[in-house]
Ligand binder design. Sequence first.
Ligand SMILES: Cc1cc2nc3c(=O)[nH]c(=O)nc-3n(C[C@H](O)[C@H](O)[C@H](O)COP(=O)(O)OP(=O)(O)OC[C@H]3O[C@@H](n4cnc5c(N)ncnc54)[C@H](O)[C@@H]3O)c2cc1C
Length: 417
Amino acid sequence: MSFKDVIVIGGGAAGFFAAINIAEQSPSLKVAILERGTEGLQKVKVSGGGRCNVTHAEFIPQELIKHYPRGEKELLGPFHQFMTGDTMEWFEKRGVELKIEDDGRMFPVSNSSQTIIDCFLTEAKKHQVEILYNHSVKSIKKVEDAWKLDTSQGDFSTKKLLIATGSNPKIWNLLEKLGHTISQPVPSLFTFDIKDERIKNIPGVVAQNVTVKLLNNFSPLEGEMSRRDREVLESEGPLLITHVGMSAPAILKLSAFGAIELAKRNYKFEIEINFIKQSFEDCLDVLKELKHGLAKKTVFKFAHFDLPKRLWQNLVLASDINQETRWADLNKNQLETLASQLTQAIFKVDGKSTFKEEFVTAGGVDLKEINFKTFESKLHKNLYLAGEVINVDAVTGGFNFQNAWTGAYIAAKNIAH
Ligand SMILES: Cc1cc2nc3c(=O)[nH]c(=O)nc-3n(C[C@H](O)[C@H](O)[C@H](O)COP(=O)(O)OP(=O)(O)OC[C@H]3O[C@@H](n4cnc5c(N)ncnc54)[C@H](O)[C@@H]3O)c2cc1C
């Protein structure tokens, strides 16, 4: 049996961040990370397309929490303790400069996730954090005041235990045995599979600012939807047409806020898209003006409402307007159909695909069972939980890592002192 003052299970984002901060703040403690893999930080490595979207340039806690479909209420307090500005400062103090991109996402200036990994490995070494790879934790037991761990390479004992194992079903099972409730895990952050003439043959086309609404046409389920789900099942932002359907923030946000509802529907549902963010009536007025102003021009040829030309053309064809039709020749029905295609186009979604830049799992340890002032379990003293193991997840943009840094930092502070 090997004894450590503090054991962190999981050498991922939250685990490394916590272990380093504990060892730095309390150098007398023997801190060890038990990681089941031959290497740690594997998700950090592939994150953000290999660039690691470390956090997001949102510096107001009340605004930051809005990006968390699960955890919004609970993270407000923690963000007052440690949030995006603190993350920037933490990395910059250790030689990692971060940059802000136009959409607010923050990356290391090197554009390489390896910079973050190198920083963690250097800091861990500097503060004598012991990293034990190939140590998969098989059981967790409380014996009097100590935690006993059975791993693939022997037994360990510790006073303080931090679990940072991400979305790992085996550890969730062990936590259930310790009395914790686990919210059913379902995927979040995915793209929508859509087969439709209107988006066929135009992959790569982006509509810059759209609204996407989940249609509530499955009435038997409506009763089960929480009030909050109902409120948020609409999102806005850029929309990307892909080879298999649709992606980009407008879609990914809906996949995150609707994660539970969409899983219930087995990823078969309908969405309504407003491509131009105008009402049907306003759009129709504009089309009527165009009918007079551009009478002799063909409708098909030039895009309007700042839409990409190929998307405009597909929507025109979908409105029963052929390539030669001139604006002057449009009848009332065609004008209304075009206005409808532009502002309330309905698409059938038939499945989901992985968004390669980032994906997470919604679900994990029930938030009611965690003290968010310390990230300690409310059921067990000296048991801390941080990162994706708890039922927190966010939309894409660096928010998921921010949850890992915040939880890990606060848990570390409390463990160290
Ligand atoms: C492809 C991809 C790209 C992403 N990009 C971004 C991004 O750019 N920005 C962002 O904010 N978020 C991103 N995310 C999400 C982000 O990676 C996670 O939210 C974050 O890694 C969670 O950190 P964690 O420490 O809780 O879990 P993880 O990073 O998953 O770490 C958990 C660790 O625990 C170990 N472990 C599990 N079970 C055991 C066990 N029984 N014994 C010992 N060790 C165990 C695992 O091997 C792993 O190393 C991305 C996710 C993916 C999949």
